[in-house]
Structure formats: structure tokens, C-alpha cells
Design a protein around this ligand. Structure first.
Ligand code: GLY
Length: 375
């Protein structure tokens, strides 16, 4: 197999990781115990609306990645572990949060990484309880986990959370949990993923009959457009759920979404905020969607049985990372507190537009780490 990777790539990626560590340390020191979400003019602290409380895991999540990469027994490993635990423990109480659709985002980035590192049973119990809580959102009529906005609403983002229910099912042998998770994935596949691999952000159902009514959106341009971050969540989420369930339909869906991404993203791999954005907003990129997509492409690429296609995915992921490192780091702007510039949270609400966003930082760091481990 042709090897496209050069030493310059390794250096570029390692340098970006060092910069990421420096920025995270800066926030810990300047704003102790503060959980960043999105910047305003490059600063994390402001009084902007959160819209939903789904992001506190990403900051400690990066610390767990730095911890695992550090040499065992080193001062660096001790530092990152101490900080990661300090920022992770306050999240435990969310394991019973029935209002949240986002327990996967919160717990995969934190307790799951902690559990993978130490194997402590009490950490697994936290994850199982969070998975059971999330399963409580399941609606038999319609067969989906409802979004936080209303009972008749299903979001594509939920594909990033449902893995936690598979985790709980696998650890406990609870067949009902597994059934809920599989049904949610299949409903999402049927109603939000289109024949060309593009995705809708939201689906609206009749809550009495469970009948699917229409595609809609909260953060994308229109109900019939393709919000790029939603597509990236689908690539990543369907791949994760395939890993837990071994259901090949879910991998095929992740692949269809990834193919749509590769066909429609800009030439340098960084997508517009919405693939069907009107001309006036077409230049607005979302680097967070690029970072999630890079991580997802590495993941899907590893799962595919066709090595040539797998190679295409990992080479594409590497190209995206290279572009993020070369063109979008906050490095040159000394006052910028984030790692990646050019992320988008919510265009319509004007929250975090062309700013750093904490999930973009987390998935960028995760993708850098994965790519470096694969090189
Ligand atoms: N709530 C997930 C997102 O904004 O992408």
C-alpha cells in the first residue's frame, strides 16, 4: 500500500498537540474550574447563552487524552491525571439527568476514558447508570430517543449518545437496553439519512401514533439541507454503534455519510457550515465539523473490510488534519484562548459563529492522537 505520510505530517501533528496542551493549561490556570464552551472574540469567558448543557465533558476529555499519551509515571502524567479527575468528578451527578439527551457526549469523553485507563468497577457503574438514564428517553411510538427540545423531535446528534446505551447493555446483558439502542439507530437511519448519504438534523413525529412526519432543523440551514456537523455526528455515531452491535447496516450508513462528506466538502476538506447554505453564508466554514469528520473517517476506515477504501478514508482524515494545522490554529493570535479557529455553534442564534468551540477542540485532539497512533 502506498504510504502518503511524511515526517513533516508527524511533526505538524505533534506540534499541534503541544499547542493544544499549552492552550488547555492556560485555561486551567487563568480560569480554574471553569468549563469552556464557545469563545467570543477568542475568549472563553462571557455571558453568552449555552442553549443546552452538553459540553462539560470535552475539556476534561482532552486532559484524559494528554494523560494517556504522557509517559507512565512522569510528572506530566501525574499533572494531567490530577486535572482530568478534578474536572471529571463534578460530572458524575449528570448520570441521573433525565432532561439531557447528551449523556454520551458527557460520559464517553470523561468516565469512559477514565475507566479505560484504570478499569475501576465504580467507574463502569457510573457509565451503566448514565446509559440506563438515557434509555429513559425512548419512545415506543416512533421507536426513538427524543431530543431535548420536545417529545416529538429526534436529532441526528443523538447518534453520538446512543453508544452509551449499547455499553450499558453489553456490560449488564440487559436485552431491553440493546433493543432500544438498535431501534433508535434504525429509526434515525430510516428518517434522517437520505439516499445520497446526506442527513437532516431533526425529525418530527406524531407522538400519539409514532408516525414520522417530516425532516426539520435547529442548527442547519433548512430541513432539507445537510448541516455539516450533523453529518459528521452521523459518520462517527453510526460507526460507534456498529462497533458495539456488530450490525453491518450501521457501518453501511456510516460509510454512506462519509462518502457524502468526501464528495461535497471543500477541496481542502474543511466543510461549509451547511452543504446547502445560501451563497451569502456559503463561505462560513465549520472547523469543528472537519475535526469530527477527521476522527470519524479514521474510525470508519479501520472498520471497513475493503483496505483500499479504508486507506482513502485515513488519507482524507490526514489531509483534513493537515489543513486544520496549517490554516486554522489560533497560534498567531496571542490573545486567542482556543486551539482551532473557525468553529460554529448556532448560526441562527448567533452563538459561537467563526469562533473556537470546545467540541471542535476535543475531536481535533482525539483525531490528532488517533492519527499519530496510526502513522
Ligand atoms: N448539540 C450538538 C451540536 O451542537 O452539534
Amino acid at each position: 500500500m502506498i504510504q502518503f505520510v511524511q515526517d513533516t505530517d508527524r511533526n505538524l501533528l505533534e506540534e499541534a498537540l503541544r499547542f493544544a496542551q499549552q492552550q488547555v493549561r492556560h485555561v486551567i490556570e487563568q480560569h480554574p474550574d471553569f468549563y469552556p464552551m464557545y469563545t467570543r472574540d477568542g475568549r472563553w469567558r462571557h455571558d453568552g447563552e449555552t442553549w443546552a448543557d452538553w459540553c462539560t465533558g470535552f475539556f476534561p476529555g482532552m486532559m484524559w487524552i494528554f494523560r494517556r499519551r504522557a509517559d507512565e509515571g512522569s510528572a506530566e502524567a501525574r499533572y494531567w491525571q490530577e486535572q482530568a479527575i478534578r474536572y471529571t468528578q463534578p460530572i458524575e451527578q449528570r448520570k441521573t439527568d433525565k432532561q439531557s439527551q447528551d449523556l454520551g457526549f458527557l460520559f464517553f469523553s470523561t468516565y469512559y476514558r477514565w475507566y479505560r485507563l484504570t478499569g475501576e468497577a465504580k467507574l463502569k457503574e457510573v457509565l451503566v447508570e448514565a446509559g440506563r438514564t438515557l434509555a429513559g428517553r425512548y419512545r415506543e411510538a416512533g421507536q426513538y430517543l427524543s431530543s431535548f427540545v420536545s417529545d416529538d423531535s429526534l436529532f441526528i446528534d443523538l447518534m453520538m449518545n446512543v453508544g452509551l446505551i449499547f455499553f450499558a447493555a453489553n456490560e449488564t446483558g440487559d436485552k431491553r437496553l440493546r433493543e432500544i439502542a438498535v431501534r433508535h439507530c434504525l429509526t434515525t437511519r430510516r428518517t434522517l439519512v437520505r439516499g445520497d448519504g446526506s442527513t437532516a438534523h431533526e425529525g418530527i413525529f406524531d407522538i400519539e401514533t409514532g408516525e414520522f412526519i417530516r425532516q426539520s432543523t435547529q442548527q442547519g440551514y433548512r430541513g432539507d439541507s445537510c448541516w455539516s456537523r450533523g453529518l459528521a455526528w452521523a459518520m462517527y455515531g453510526f460507526a460507534t454503534c456498529h462497533e458495539y452491535s456488530r450490525d453491518t447496516r450501521l457501518l453501511a450508513t456510516a460509510e454512506a455519510c462519509a462518502d457524502y462528506f468526501l464528495r461535497h466538502t471543500n477541496a481542502d476538506g474543511i466543510p461549509p457550515w451547511d452543504f446547502l447554505a445560501p451563497a451569502s453564508r456559503r463561505n462560513l466554514l465549520d472547523t469543528s465539523a472537519a475535526a469530527i469528520a477527521a476522527s470519524a473517517l479514521l474510525r470508519v476506515g479501520r472498520l471497513l473490510t475493503d483496505p483500499v477504501k479504508g486507506h482513502l478514508y485515513s488519507a482524507s482524515a490526514l489531509m483534513i488534519l493537515r489543513m486544520l494545522c496549517e490554516k486554522h490554529l489560533g497560534k498567531k493570535d496571542k490573545k486567542w484562548e482556543g486551539i482551532l479557529k473557525g468553529g460554529v455553534y448556532h448560526v441562527h442564534k448567533e452563538l459561537g459563529v467563526d469562533e473556537s468551540v470546545i467540541w471542535g477542540e476535543y475531536f481535533f485532539v482525539e483525531a490528532l492522537d488517533q492519527a499519530l497512533r496510526q502513522l
